[in-house]
Design a protein around this ligand. Structure first.
Ligand code: CP
Length: 310
């Protein structure tokens, strides 16, 4: 099982069979994570670096753990304590770290395209852990893995992505991933948060949540990306919650089998009420657990590891 590229830069560059290859490999590693000693020697002797220029809890910890579970060393780089604060460039930073002997670079950066730039300029394999408002491919893969675990094949499943579509790298990657897996995807949010090109991705667009909420199998809520919003995209948080929030009242009206996801971190009381956390169909923490297995699969396939049991 191989991928065509030696990098994972986005879902855009993957075809359906490559997505299924990663998800299939992740299934094997998900079982490893349930063992008493959840470690395999698949990438023994390899080293990756977590090169994060933006804050992260889930993705950075998850890649760190994924590497450890594969017996791969992971070095963590933090922008705040690095020589970036003295003006060192991204390329110099990456090349200096690479010169110390790393096989792979996992990068999160506020600039869209930063992972693609690195991939053209370093020898190590590059994984995009989120680039600006562009893509977050491992989030999409772990979301697809979690939904398939709950619902089976996504072919024909109706998935609604709700919220700040325009500023969300998760929205773009999930749209691409879910449609490649055959799901019928719709997006819903304020007109100011829906980019005009979104229908080119093969999805329907709704501006009234209550119009579409009763017709879907999955509600994929998004975080309002306060840090990327430059102009006021909605009048008040109170109005956003009233029109687009997954409130306790909306939750009570949902069919019991509807599944709810959120990539985190959640702005409780904005896009989602805290009551949703306790709903049995809310998969926020299973998403996080599965993220380790999915990132193990990505590292394993890109680093060309030995068979995990071997
Ligand atoms: N979902 C996600 O990317 O979370 P972090 O920003 O904490 O990594």
């Amino acid at each position: 099982m191989t991928l065509r590229s030696r990098h994972l830069l986005g879902i855009e560059g993957l075809d359906r069979s490559e997505i299924l290859t990663i998800l299939g490999q992740a299934r094997t590693f998900r079982e490893v994570l349930d063992r008493a000693i959840p470690i395999v020697p698949a990438l023994r002797g390899r080293t990756v670096v977590n090169l994060f220029f933006e804050a992260s809890t889930r993705t950075s910890t998850s890649f760190n753990l994924a590497a450890s579970r594969l017996s791969c060393q992971c070095v963590n780089f933090s922008k705040a304590t690095s020589s970036v604060s003295k003006g060192e460039t991204l390329l110099d930073t990456a090349r200096n770290i690479e010169a110390m002997g790393v096989d792979g670079i996992i990068i999160r950066h506020p600039a869209a395209g930063a992972p693609h730039f690195l991939a053209r300029n370093v020898k190590a394999f590059v994984v995009n852990a989120g680039d600006g408002a562009h893509e977050h491919p491992t989030q999409a893969l772990l979301d697809a893995f979690t939904l398939r675990e709950k619902l089976g094949d996504l072919e024909g499943k109706r998935i609604l992505i709700v919220g700040d579509i325009a500023h969300s790298r998760v929205a773009r990657s999930n749209l691409l991933c879910f449609t490649k897996l055959g799901a019928k995807v719709a997006v819903c949010g304020p007109p100011t948060m829906i980019p005009p090109y979104v229908e080119d991705y093969g999805c329907e667009v709704f501006y009234r949540l209550d119009r579409i909420l009763g017709e879907v199998d999955v509600v994929n809520m998004l975080r309002v990306q306060q840090e990327r919003i430059t102009a006021s995209s909605f009048p008040t948080v109170r109005e956003y919650r009233a029109l687009y929030g997954l409130t306790a009242a909306r939750l009570r009206k949902l069919a019991p089998e509807v599944v709810i996801t959120h990539p985190g971190p959640v702005n409780w009381g904005v896009e989602m009420d805290f009551d949703v956390a306790d709903f049995s169909q809310t998969l926020i923490l299973p998403q996080v657990t599965n993220g380790v297995a999915v990132r193990m699969a990505v590292l394993f396939l890109l680093a060309g590891g030995e068979h995990p049991e071997g």
